[in-house]
Design a protein around this ligand. Structure first.
Ligand code: ADP
Length: 493
């Protein structure tokens, strides 16, 4: 089975968040099940450091009423045979992955590149990720209707997050034909103006199947509160909408081998976790103590609930807790958590930066991991934390609700209020003060299986189902043509 992944991120070279982690790990797990996965991501400047090789391919892709020549380079996912194809073009070859004024145009062009690649190479299925790839299922559908034989392959769209940001996923309608897609197929949404199109909506409408990254989120997005303007579209497609939990790279996130942390440990040597705890305190400029240490590694945005942490700042101090926050986000929320450090310097340390090594030390060095997200499609942080024996405190939503069990593998609060969050922290501290319960909970979370293997099996069966369906349709169409259309008319005597 040959599968083409199309995405805007891939870890470790081009990662902004969880999407990058998924694209960097799921293909490896799929390969071990026998699938052959190729990843298509833009050749950003950051890829130069891995010295991609030339493939010798030049794709001729529609752009602005003309044709752009796109040279394709290749690399591999580290430690694997998974091939990464890197189309090189000035629209992609930049320092930033996101945040460019022409992001919708850049990713629409990525969709055009993907279609060209599908025409050129044989794949059995295309697996699209998030709004950046939303035009691919539309393009495939249109080509299928034109009876182009290369297009008879199914598409799966994984929705990693319905709300990537305000309006960045809208494209001007006039750009759509400029990159080779038909404007008359565009599905309107209430948020799109007459001259614009919501890109994720196109993928949701036309993909052969859609999935989100947890079963709970797949249900939630069918409601307006979570799915917003796309909720009715998700409801319409609910028979083709699945939920498959993400996994984590358990080789990379492994306290027994992690080279970023001071002391490596296993469930049998959990006492060594305290060394990391003290090392983290020293690293952030605190005196070592035996009090509870909370960590948070996250984008700092409305979604992630940093404001809720700010709201319990005073209570955290009065309970003798200390909190290390690592993240970047929007200026308003960054200012909010920064203010916490100014008000309670003995309780909060805030690092506004992206730092993968420090993130590991926070996961390993903390006793608790805070993840009070308003909504969470899956969430990787809580699973990584558990792998390091760090107990998550989470809002009961999406993947957090699916992965953390109250009182067994963490603490879960609902509804989303300062009081319920504070009460969960109090329950957590009561367990922390009971050494045997505490150890038991740490060992339980470390024994959870969040490897990609389980998720990959579910993706693999979904791929098989979709491929079978398309082949069955093709067989039916052939038989219909042979026996009904082309059969001689048995005219009555
Ligand atoms: P999302 O994809 O919504 O940002 P996830 O929890 O699914 O959230 O994934 C976030 C990933 O990015 C985790 O691996 C987390 O450790 C990592 N991460 C987030 N912020 C930072 C940061 N400032 N420095 C290092 N790693 C970070």
């Amino acid at each position: 089975m040959r599968v083409l992944f199309v995405a805007s991120e891939v870890a470790p070279v081009a990662k902004v968040g969880g999407l990058g982690d998924v694209i960097g790990s799921l293909p490896k797990a799929l390969e071990s099940l026998g699938a052959r996965v190729t990843i298509l991501v833009p050749f950003y400047k950051s890829f130069e450091k891995v010295r991609p090789r030339k493939t010798g391919w030049v794709l001729r892709v529609p752009l602005r009423g003309s044709t752009a020549e796109v040279e394709v380079f290749e690399s591999n996912l580290p430690g694997s045979k998974v091939r990464i194809l890197l189309p090189r073009h000035p629209l992609f070859f930049r320092d930033a992955i996101y945040g460019e004024i022409d992001d919708p145009d850049r990713f629409a062009f990525l969709c055009a590149v993907a279609l060209k690649l599908l025409q050129k190479s044989k794949f059995d299925l295309v697996h699209c990720h998030d709004w950046h790839t939303g035009l691919i299922p539309l393009g495939l559908r249109a080509s299928r209707e034109r009876k182009e034989s290369w297009a008879r392959i199914p598409s799966l769209l994984t929705v990693h997050n319905v709300h990537p940001g305000e309006g960045i996923d809208h494209l001007y309608r006039h750009v759509i034909p400029e990159v080779g897609f038909p404007n008359d197929k565009i599905v309107p949404t209430p948020d799109a103006r007459e001259d614009s199109a919501n890109l994720l909506a196109q993928g949701v409408a036309y993909a052969d199947a859609i999935n989100t990254v947890s079963p709970s989120y797949a249900k939630e997005i069918q409601t307006e509160a979570f799915g917003g303007v796309l909720a009715s579209l998700f409801r319409k497609r609910k028979n083709r909408l699945f939920g498959i939990l993400n996994g984590i790279d358990t080789e990379f996130f492994n306290p027994a081998t992690d080279r970023y942390i001071r002391a490596r440990y296993t469930p049998q040597t959990l006492e060594r976790k305290a060394i990391n705890n003290h090392a983290l305190e020293t690293e952030v400029g605190w005196r070592q103590s035996d009090g509870p240490l909370f960590g948070m590694v996250s984008r700092i945005t409305e979604q992630k609930g940093g404001d809720l942490v700010a709201a319990v700042g005073k209570e955290m101090r009065s309970r003798g807790a200390r909190v290390v926050i690592l993240g970047t986000g929007d200026p308003r929320h960054e200012a909010l958590v920064h203010e916490l450090q100014n008000r309670f310097p003995d309780t909060f340390r805030v690092f506004i930066k992206f730092d993968a090594a420090l993130a590991q030390r926070v996961y390993a060095g903390s006793d608790f991991f805070l993840m009070p997200s308003r909504f969470e499609p899956c969430g990787l942080g809580q699973m990584i934390a558990m792998r390091y024996g760090t107990i998550p405190i989470v809002h009961k939503t999406g993947g957090l609700a699916d992965t953390v069990k109250e009182g067994e593998t963490g603490f879960v609060f609902a509804p989303f209020t300062k009081h319920t969050f504070g009460a969960a922290i109090d329950r957590a501290l009561r367990v922390y003060r009971n050494p045997s319960l505490w150890r038991k909970m740490q060992k339980t979370v470390m024994a959870q299986n969040f490897s990609w293997d389980r998720s990959a099996r579910q993706y693999f069966s979904l791929y098989e189902k979709l491929i079978k369906e398309v082949r069955a349709k093709r067989r039916f169409a052939r038989a219909y043509k042979e026996h009904i259309i082309s059969a001689p008319n048995a005219s009555p005597a």
